[in-house]
Design a protein around this ligand. Structure first.
Ligand SMILES: [Zn+2]
Length: 310
């Protein structure tokens, strides 16, 4: 543990009958605004300063564990050992919770990028780190990251960190322990995969429903809410296709508003829960959910007008 750091990041929240546990795999400190695809750094600085966000941003890496008494579903699985000393904490957090890796029944990946999928496999031995898990992932992620023609077009860093690492991570699970999907559909009871391509070709959100509550785990739909809700067209340099990502971001944000979805975000400030409201002129407002001190204290803040009529 590095000096001056906070205690390990574990946070529980109920969504209906499902116990959702946010796990902070760690964080990344960027040293430039060039991570965002907008050359107007003056605008980016103003948006960040207006929301009192540190600039350049320090970004949390979160994963979410869903438990309903039957299954233990991990949505994304941390960064393994690839991202340095401030990351790779997810296995230790599961250990603190008393959960063995072989108790994870499913891993649902939002996409194959090191901060989301490098916790699947030990790269040195090729050993599965979640030996009992079925991996759910969009078919386009497998097709793209195993495509040698696409790899040939990539930079050396992209080849190593995205293509090579992605193949190393997925290979031990293919084909028998992978369930791929290619459209919006239920992957498990109460969990719907919602493809939202752009950031990567098969980037996927997952909508979790239990009783009258609904939550969207939106992966990398938004990296920097202080910028991308005011201007959803701002992409990230990590995007495979930023314009497609911007289209997905806008309709996912609108769906969050229309369906009053609780948001769980991989790069939202830990513990990563928020709601989205409409803003002005095509913008959106980001409202981080309050910290609940205990599971039995008002963990149903999203009561909708429609549910109050009885
Ligand atoms: Zn990410």
């Amino acid at each position: 543990m590095i000096a001056f750091e906070q205690v390990p990041g574990i946070y529980h929240r109920m969504v209906g009958d499902i116990l959702v546990t946010a796990l902070c795999d760690g964080y990344v400190t960027y040293d430039t605004l060039d991570i965002m695809k907008d050359p107007d750094h003056g605008k980016l600085e103003r948006l960040l300063a207006g929301e009192t966000r540190v600039s350049p941003p320090v970004v949390s890496i979160n994963a979410f564990l869903l438990r309903d008494g039957e299954r233990s579903v991990l949505v994304d699985c941390g960064s393994g050992d690839i991202m340095g000393p401030t990351c790779g904490r997810l296995p230790g957090l599961l250990d603190l919770l008393g959960i063995r890796p072989d108790q994870i029944t499913d891993v649902a990946l939002t996409h194959v990028h090191p901060d989301h999928s490098n916790g699947l496999t030990d790269p040195a031995s090729g050993r599965k780190l979640f030996p009992s898990a079925t991996v759910h992932v969009h078919q386009a992620e497998i097709t793209h990251w195993f495509d040698d023609e696409q790899k040939a077009k990539a930079t050396e860093r992209q080849k190593r960190v995205y293509f090579d690492a992605g193949r190393t991570q997925l290979r031990p699970y293919l084909p028998d322990s992978v369930k791929a999907f290619d459209r919006e559909r239920d992957i498990l009871p109460g969990i719907t995969a919602v493809p939202s391509p752009g950031h990567t070709p098969g980037h996927t959100c997952y909508i979790v429903r239990s009783k009258d509550e609904a939550m969207i785990i939106w992966g990398d739909t938004v990296h920097i809410p202080e910028v991308q809700l005011t201007d959803p067209d701002v992409g990230m340099i990590f995007d495979t296709d930023s314009p497609a990502g911007a289209i997905s971001r806008r309709w996912i944000l609108q769906r969050c508003v229309d369906e009053d979805l609780l948001v769980a975000g991989m790069h939202i400030h830990f513990p990563g829960f928020a709601r989205i409201r409409p803003g002005y002129s095509g913008a959106f407002r980001f409202i981080q959910e309050q910290w609940f001190h205990a599971l039995n204290h008002g963990h149903r803040p999203g009561i909708r007008v429609s549910s109050q009529k009885n």
